[in-house]
Design a protein around this ligand. Structure first.
Ligand code: ADP
Ligand code: MG
Length: 574
């Protein structure tokens, strides 16, 4: 029996092993700690991990480009041969929009699509291609694309959709804001739309945060409008909702959730996942790096199942993550859109030297004074610093809010909604917000604190310049940050930004430095009160304390005197 079929049944669920998981579900921080403890040593060697962290090399290590023709020359095992010939038959059926392999190759080149793997299906060119008999996209889905004003597909969609329609495993690396969500939703909707006996969830989509899960669900609901397909997001709120039972959930086709919520759902036997045939990891490098594969045996089995089609999407993949993915994927196709290690091209990137920590506050105030075009997103490295910066800016009279994992879910939802509609102009955020969230109008991202990895830089600044729009990103750096800058400088150069020569001469980071960077530098508190004001504040505090003390002593003396007087009076009357 396929191990994955045990997922929903929970037959292999070990109560003891998961006794801490309810608690896990309570908070992201503890969860991450426990997850990392849980990691399977065979899959995640801590030494390998520390060496490879942050190395965004986009598959460059082990793979050579192999197109459909070259693939035929490759040595294959008997099994691979069989799978490949099946796939290539299918590929022929589906590749009628190009007359020759060369045409398809030329088209890929024009759209900066690179493919790695065997028997790679051709891309499609237009949504009309998809609607044509070559792909037979469901008319309702096609209409929904038109309603969404998606007039032409983005490169990641052109190539990912045919690969997924073929049922092939896929690793898809494309810049932030380039339409990856639709690239994985459309082929799944098309496949699930086929008449089939309704069982339960047939697709499972995982995202690192609940905000992102909700955003994916919103897009899935738009794209599937008018179909009978039902989408379900599992959040903490649904865990408390007793009206949702495994039976009532059978009406759903697609489940979208976070890893922690999934672990909880499996543990509580809330969901039946035996019918799942598509698994998508959005922001896959983050999920795999956090140990998604090793969370439970059931999840590992699902990820390595040969009957489930797996797709990984992100703007960044490290060689470490690629190795992890290779342990579970079957003859995957990898695609890379655009230049390796590059941020989205429509983002104007700038590095700004502020000297010290205090210099950052001065730089930010100058920027505000000059006039900024909201909405603006500001990233800092910790919750504490987010709160500190918020206090500074709110006293400056700026329309500012702050979002981090200490805020309640309702507050977080509210803030995101208000930011989307422009009621909040400046939003201060931690890494929680760095991935996936699609705020169309964000004009400027400020990295108040230097990002703690190259991937983090790419994702943070990727909150602007989405879907072909222009955007700006400013990254502050202090004297201390200088030694950690080379990775970011490389990204800027790769994306075509002007970088001064001296920056290109900064030394590459050692693995030790990378680790330090990942932990985050010890930074001075964000507090722009002047030394003189601080001195006066302290003096006033001391004076108040001294006066309180004097009053206390005086009242104690008074009490004592009264007591002595009473005793004297008693004694004299005796
Ligand atoms: P990514 O996941 O690559 O960061 P998203 O999937 O969040 O990007 O998409 C970014 C934005 O682009 C979204 O607002 C989405 O609606 C829009 N979008 C996606 N595909 C298209 C398309 N083909 N044409 C126009 N806009 C699109
Ligand atoms: Mg995304």
């Amino acid at each position: 029996m396929d191990l994955f079929h045990l997922l929903g049944g929970g037959a292999r669920f070990d109560k003891n092993r998961f006794k801490n998981d309810v608690h896990l579900f309570e908070g992201e921080k503890e969860a991450n700690q426990t997850q990392s403890k849980k990691k399977n040593a065979a899959v995640v060697d801590p030494n390998v991990r520390s060496q490879l962290l942050d190395e965004i090399d986009f598959f460059k290590t082990t793979h050579t480009i192999v197109d459909s023709n070259q693939a035929k020359d490759d040595k294959k095992t008997a099994k691979e041969d069989k799978t490949a010939s099946k796939a290539s038959k299918k590929a022929k059926q589906l590749s009628t929009v190009f007359d020759t392999v060369e045409e398809a190759k030329e088209f890929r080149k024009q759209h900066k699509i690179k493919v790695y793997g065997t028997d790679v299906p051709n891309p499609f060119r237009t949504f009309e291609d998809l609607a044509s008999p070559a792909y037979s996209l469901d008319p309702i889905l096609y209409n929904n694309l038109m309603t969404a004003k998606y007039t032409s597909p983005t490169p990641v969609q052109m190539q990912s959709i045919p690969i997924m329609l073929h049922g092939r495993d896929l690793m898809s690396c494309a810049p932030t804001g380039s339409g990856k969500t639709m690239a994985f939703l459309l082929p799944i909707l098309q496949d699930l739309k086929k008449p089939e006996k309704k069982t339960s969830y047939r697709a499972l989509i995982i995202a690192p945060t609940r905000e992102l899960a909700q955003q994916i669900a919103r897009e899935a609901n738009h794209l599937s409008q008018g179909t009978k397909l039902r989408i379900n997001v599992l959040t903490k709120a649904t865990a408390a909702d007793k009206s949702q039972t495994p039976e009532s959930r059978q009406k759903f086709d697609i489940l979208i959730t976070t890893p922690l919520r999934l672990v909880y759902a499996i543990k509580e036997k809330e969901v039946d996942l035996t019918a799942v045939k598509h698994l998508v990891l959005d922001e896959a490098d983050k999920l795999l790096d956090q140990g998604f594969l090793d969370q439970t045996d059931e999840i590992f089995a699902a990820c390595s199942s040969t009957t489930i089609q797996k797709s990984l999407f992100s703007a960044t993949f490290s060689s470490h993550v690629e190795e992890l993915a290779n342990t579970v994927m079957r003859d995957p196709i990898r695609i890379v859109i655009g230049a390796k290690n590059a941020a989205t091209e429509t983002i104007k990137q700038e590095l700004l030297f502020t000297g010290t920590e205090a210099g950052k506050m001065i730089a930010l105030r100058q920027l505000v004074q000059k006039g900024i075009k909201p909405p603006v997103l500001i990233f800092v490295q910790s919750i504490e610093r987010a709160k500190e910066l918020f206090h500074e800016l709110i006293f400056d009279g700026i329309n500012v809010e702050v979002i981090h994992s200490d805020r309640t879910k309702a507050q977080r939802d509210n803030i995101i909604d208000q930011f989307r509609v422009g009621k909040i102009w400046v939003l201060i955020a931690t890494e929680l917000m760095a991935r996936g969230l699609d705020f169309k109008g964000v004009n400027l991202v400020i990295n108040y604190d230097f990002p703690q990895s190259v991937a983090s830089y790419i994702h943070r600044i990727g909150r602007t310049g989405r879907a072909g729009r222009q955007g700006e990103a400013v990254t502050y750096y202090t004297q201390e940050d200088l030694q950690y800058m080379k990775g970011v400088v490389n990204v800027m150069k790769e994306s075509g930004c002007d970088v001064p020569d001296w920056m290109l001469n900064i030394k590459n980071m050692t693995s030790n430095q990378k680790q330090k960077m990942r932990k985050g530098l010890n930074r001075d508190h964000i507090d722009s009160t002047s030394k003189y004001d601080k001195y006066n504040q302290n003096k006033r505090k001391e004076m108040i304390e001294a006066s309180k003390k004097r009053k206390r002593v005086a009242s104690q003396k008074e009490k004592k005197a009264k007591k002595e007087k009473k005793t004297e009076q008693k004694e004299s009357s005796n």
